[in-house]
Every structure is written in C-alpha cells, then in structure tokens.
Design a protein around this ligand. Structure first.
Ligand code: ADP
Ligand code: MG
Length: 687
C-alpha cells in the first residue's frame, strides 16, 4: 500500500522500531510531522566562493593552494594552514589533528574547505572546516543548498535528508492533498500551496536568496508559518466558542456598594474596565477576561469591585494570588472594604493549622464565607464552594494555563463561574493575541492622578556607600526603602544567603534604622509578620530576594535598590521597580550594577533608565530575550510552534487571526487545519 501523509514514519525506509521511537519522542509521528520539521539552517555548497568575498559569520566553500602549514603553541596547540586562491588568503585552523593529517597538508597541494568564516588576529579564518584534498575538479559542487536539521542524538543529518526525500515523494503522490486555504489579496507573496512550500523549504534551489532563507523570512517559509498560526488561532477560538456555549449565572450589576464608597475616583481607564466586566458578568455564559495594567495602575480595586458584583448577587468569589505575601496583603484590603458591607472575607494560607483549614473549608461549603483569598491552595480538590460565582486570578503570568482551567471546574454542577484574570506584565499585542486568543482583553492604560514618574539611576557597585547614605537620609525623613538581592544561580539557598549577608552589612552600616529581611525560606508566618511591620512603617528598610517582585503595595516606600540588576529580565525589573512610586512621594530606583557589563547588559539597563512604560519595556524584553521571559515558561510551553516563530513571524499574527475568524464556521477546513498542526488540540478543548 502506498504511504500517505498520515502514515507512521516507521514505514519509511531506514526507520526501524528503535529509530521510530526516537522520532516519536521529539514529536514526529507521521510523514506530515516529518515534513513540518523544517531545516534549521542551509549550507551553500553549490559554488566556490573567492576567498576575498568570504564574509564574517557566514558559511562558505573555498578552494585554493596550500601556501604554508605550521603548528603553533599559543593558548592551545593549533595546526594553521594558509590557503591562497587568485583573490586572497585564508587560514584554516585545527585544534585536533594528527601527524598524518599534518603531513598531508603539503605546500602546493589543492584543498577545498567548507566552514563558517571568522575574523581572528591572523585575518580571515575557518575553524575545523570540512575539507578535501586534491578535489575532483569535475564533480565541483552540489546542485542544491544543503539542508541542516535540528536533531537529537542518534539521528544523523544524512538520515534526515534521506527521510525528507522519501517524505517529499509521499507528498507528491498523496491522494489526500494538504489543502490550502484561500488567503486575502494583500498577502499576494504568500499565494503558495502548502505542497510547494514544503518542497521548497526542504530542497531550495541554488538561485534562492539565501539570506532570506536563513532568516526564515522567505515567502515559502512564511506561508507555512502562517498556516500554523491560523491553526493555533482556530484551536483557541474553538475553545472560546465552546466556552460561550456553556452556562453561567448572570450576576446583577446595576448596583455596587463598594463603587459608591470608594475613597478616590476611578481613573477613566479603570471605569471603562469596570464597565466591561459588569457587562460580561451580566451574561449567562462565563466571562473570561484578562485585565492588563501596568504596575500601580490600580488593579486590586477592580478585582474587589468585580467581587462585589458577585457577593451582592448572592454568590461567592475567590481570589488566587501568586504568593503568600500578596494574598495576605489582599486579605487586608478586601477585609477593610467588605466588612462594612456585611460580607465575610477569609484566607486559606500555608500558615494555617489543619484545624483552622478544616473550619474554613466547612464555612466555605456552607456559604458562611463569601470571599476567599489564597494562593494556589484554593484550587486544591478539597476546596468546595457553596455557590461560586467569580474567580479572580491576580498576576496570572505566575500560573500555568492548567491551573487556570482547574479553577474553572469549581462551579455548580452545570454553571461555570465567571473568570477575571489580571496581569501587570504588559504583553505585546501580537503575543497576547497568540497566547490568550481565548480571552477577552481589557487594558488599564492610565495611572492614578498625582503619581510622579519613578526616577531610575544606574549606580556602579563602587558607589554602594553613597546608596546606603541616601537611604539613611530618606528614612530619617520618614520614607521607606527596599533593597533587593539577586543571584545568578537559580538556587534559593544561595540567594537567601546573599540576602542574609547584605542584611547584616546594612545593619552594621545603618545602626539607627530598623531593617527587616524577607526571603523564600522564611516560614509563612514569619514572612507575614515582617511584611506587616513594613506596611505599618515599623521597618524602614526591607532587604529581600525577588519574593517581593509582584503586587506588594506600600505607598510610603520611595527607594528601590536592586543589586546586580543585569541578572534579571526587563519585565521582572519593571515589576520590582513598581513596588515604589505608588504614592505621592518622588520615588527612585537605583540599579547597582557590577562592572564589566556586556553591551547587551548595558543596553538593557539603559532601557530601564529611559522608560517607565511597561508596554515599551515588554516589547524590548521580547526582542532581547524572547517570549518566554514575558509569558513565563509555563505559558510559553503551550505555544511551542513547529514552524512559526513568535518574534520573527509577529507580522503574520493579525492576518492569522482574521483568517481564522473567517474560517471558524467552516468547520471541515478548520478541523483539518488544527489536525495537521496540533498534536494535542485537547489542551485547549477541555475547559
Ligand atoms: P496594581 O495595579 O499594581 O495591582 P494596586 O491595585 O496595588 O496596583 O494600586 C496601587 C495603589 O494605587 C494602591 O495604593 C491603590 O489604593 C491606589 N489606587 C488605585 N486606584 C486609584 C485611583 N483611581 N486613584 C488613586 N489611587 C488609586
Ligand atoms: Mg496588584
């Protein structure tokens, strides 16, 4: 029987059961999967490059006569072979070589070499090139570019190429065409069938623009990326569609006692978002809304107002925070807001005893607690509600999508609770469209009045004493400060050690200040006590690890010192910096860096100094460090594309969404698209 695109790759020649297993573990099951594994690189051996035209950082094939061969003893013993053609000279450098090899490289002999060109002290060099001596002048070169595949142990490049050739043959003979969808007119460069695109990418002709191909920006590559992005959008839209067909209790939204009792006026942006939420809550299908707002834009009160709609409608609300510190802080605010209105707010935290926990769970089930606040403890199976109407997830980038889905199942039998998700990490628009296409988006793009922009300064480690002196003055003036220690290792133990050492040093340097210390290894109760003392102003200076990164709100704190900021991502720095500048005081963020800084390190800190805008910073962070930095690994894992590349193919996302929206109804095409790209579409489907 002839092979089809859906055939298992073990039917290809040269793939035994063991080899098939290897492919399966890297996600390649079928012939089509194999075809979607595009080359990561292309080598041009179709021609000989004159030595003078070799470019730094590019692969080239050169040919010439050996001028000289010598062994040098610098840092490493090397064999240096100088080769000359009519246009110039180049040095081939070998670190590993034997006597025979050395002897073979005789002066005057003809050599052909292929490698990346580098510029070193001696001029242009190739390090460990592939080479052949006395090359056959007739069989000069390959006819096509050579594809290089990213691979795993035990799968050679030769095997990859061999299998791809077989797979292309299957594609050409296949009865079930990989059907292409109609693309809008403005994408005229991409009017290519998937078959053509796949064949081209695995076997590009020598006339191709190699640069474009290497950058992954050739129309044939873009066509495939677009297809995948559309499939991804479709799967999220399908999930969203299913959710909309589910039932929720419509909440009453005419009146909100909290809104009437606010100590300040909402900003226009806040008021708009409250309206959007109210409108959603009033529907009989579940809300699924993501509120993005820069640090300090006032998301907590939005959460409370939303919760208030649920409580006044006779439902319960639950708030999930990423850290205990933050949950404690929310508990204080919510209690202050809701107790006067006659509602009971309780928390579920690590510090509670078994007995306390049991009592709370019972009260919750009986409906005696109306609003529950906690960390991920609130999604454990033993937590049952009387009538849960609204789930709020604060700083959602700290959670995975699965946790988000798990909470969703806590509603009444057939009624799903509404969901409000908040994040302070602004997500670049196209990234948000890709990662959260199943959510509705609200943006708080305005800070409360009277805020002064935080002034950020870069301070050389040598001037640490000046920083200490500055803190001293500010604290004697009644202000408060943070001192954040970071560490290169992901080791919590070492991290705490650094914080402890810094704490001791600062205590010695500033004997008349009250200094506190929090880090991840403290017991929850200890952490809570210190945070409370800091919030009350009993502690002047708080030394901390990045545990205080999100959410902490102490408006009287006006100085944020971050040591070794070069170790953190920009979005993370922006989060930390956002702990100050939350009141009326002029606030400062001092980034105490260690020399020498890499040029990228410098650039990153400059961005921090120049911008206070989380959206700008997120865009730059994404460009410099990739989407993982912004979404968190848990989220990024879900959008691991095979062909598409979030940054590179950014410009295709809008089109992908539009096309997906136009396809949603056409379910056969949509299903085929999803099926060919997504191995586990059910991830998105089981909301
Ligand atoms: P974030 O968006 O970072 O979670 P918070 O909700 O913690 O910000 O709010 C930061 C501070 O701003 C809090 O002290 C809060 O009381 C205050 N705040 C929120 N909204 C307003 C407003 N409209 N006017 C004045 N202050 C506000
Ligand atoms: Mg917050």
């Amino acid at each position: 029987m002839p092979l089809e695109l859906t055939s298992d790759i073990r039917f290809l020649k040269g793939v035994g059961p063991k080899m098939a297993e290897k492919f399966h573990t890297i996600g390649i099951q079928t012939v089509l999967d194999l075809l979607f594994h595009l080359p990561r690189d292309y080598q041009d051996r179709t021609r000989i490059t004159p030595i003078r035209e070799c470019q730094v950082g590019r692969y080239a094939q050169i040919e010439g006569a050996i001028l000289q061969t010598q062994v040098t003893f610098g840092k490493r013993r090397s064999l240096l072979v100088t080769v000359e053609d009519l246009s110039g000279k180049i040095t081939l450098r070998f670190f590993h070589f034997n006597k025979q090899q050395q002897a073979n490289m005789e002066k005057g002999r003809q050599i052909r070499a292929f490698a990346e060109c580098r510029l070193l002290n001696q001029g242009m060099e190739m390090i460990h090139p592939e080479y052949s001596l006395d090359p056959d002048p007739i069989n000069t070169v390959n006819e096509k570019l050579t594809a290089i595949y990213s691979t795993t142990q035990g799968i050679s490049q030769t095997l990859w190429r061999n299998l791809q050739t077989q797979a292309i043959a299957v594609l050409e003979n296949s009865t079930e065409q990989v059907d292409s969808i109609q693309l809008p007119k403005h994408l005229k460069d991409l009017q290519i069938s998937l078959n053509e695109a796949l064949m081209f990418c695995h076997n590009p002709p020598p006339t191709v623009k190699v640069d474009q191909l290497l950058e992954g920006k050739h129309p044939y590559q873009m066509r495939l990326a677009l297809d995948e992005l559309i499939a991804h959008q479709l799967s999220l839209l399908t999930y969203r569609h299913q959710r909309r067909s589910q039932a929720s209790s419509a909440l009453a939204t005419e009146d909100n006692p909290l809104l009437n009792a606010l100590p300040f006026q909402l900003t226009n942006a806040q008021a708009r978002v409250v309206d959007e939420i109210a409108n959603d809550l009033n529907q009989s299908h579940p809300m699924m809304r993501l509120v993005q707002g820069d640090v300090g834009s006032g998301k907590t009160i939005i959460a409370a107002i939303a919760a208030c709609f649920a409580l006044t409608s006779g439902f319960q609300a639950v708030l999930m925070a990423p850290t205990e510190i933050l949950a404690e802080q929310h508990l204080v605010s919510f209690t202050e807001w809701f107790t006067p209105l006659g509602f009971t707010v309780e928390s579920l935290l690590g510090k509670h005893t078994k007995k306390q926990k049991r009592e709370r769970l019972e009260a919750l089930k009986a409906g005696d607690i109306q609003c529950l606040i906690g960390t991920h403890a609130v999604i454990e199976d033993d937590v049952q509600f009387h009538q849960l109407g609204l789930i709020i997830i604060d700083e959602q980038h700290r959670f995975g999508v699965h946790q988000r889905l798990k909470l969703h199942n806590k509603g009444q039998a057939d009624l799903l609770p509404h969901q409000l998700i908040m994040t302070a990490t602004p997500i670049p628009r196209t990234l948000a469209m890709t990662a959260y296409a199943d959510l509705d988006l609200s943006i708080i793009d305005e800070l409360p009045k009277g805020r002064q922009p935080i002034i950020t300064k870069l301070v050389d480690q040598h001037r640490r004493n000046d920083v200490i002196e500055r803190i001293h003055k500010a604290c004697l003036d009644g202000q408060q400060a943070y001192w954040v220690c970071t560490l290169i290792e992901e080791s919590e133990t070492l991290n705490c050690q650094t914080a402890e050492d810094t704490f001791t040093q600062l205590q010695q340097a500033l004997p008349n200040l009250q200094i506190g210390l929090v880090h991840g290894r403290l017991k929850p109760t200890e952490k809570a006590l210190i945070m409370e003392a800091f919030a009350n102003g009993d502690i002047h200076l708080l030394v901390a690890t990045t545990v205080i990164e999100v959410g902490v709100n102490v408006p009287n704190a006006a100085i944020m010192v971050i040591e070794n900021p070069e170790r953190l991502g920009l979005s993370q720095l922006h989060q930390l910096r956002g702990r100050v500048g939350r009141g009326h005081l002029q606030s400062y963020c001092l980034l105490v860096y260690q020399k020498p800084l890499s040029s990228q390190g410098k650039e990153r800190l400059q961005i921090m100094r120049e911008s206070n805008d989380g959206f700008v910073i997120a865009e730059k962070d994404m460009a410099l460090r990739g989407p993982g930095e912004i979404l968190g690994d848990k989220q990024t894992g879900l959008i691991n594309f095979r062909v598409a590349h979030l940054e590179r193919d950014n410009h295709l996302v809008e089109d992908a969404r539009t096309i997906a929206l136009s396809l949603e109804q056409d379910s056969a095409t949509a299903k085929a698209l999803i099926a060919r790209w997504l191995h586990q579409p059910e991830i998105f489907m089981n909301g």
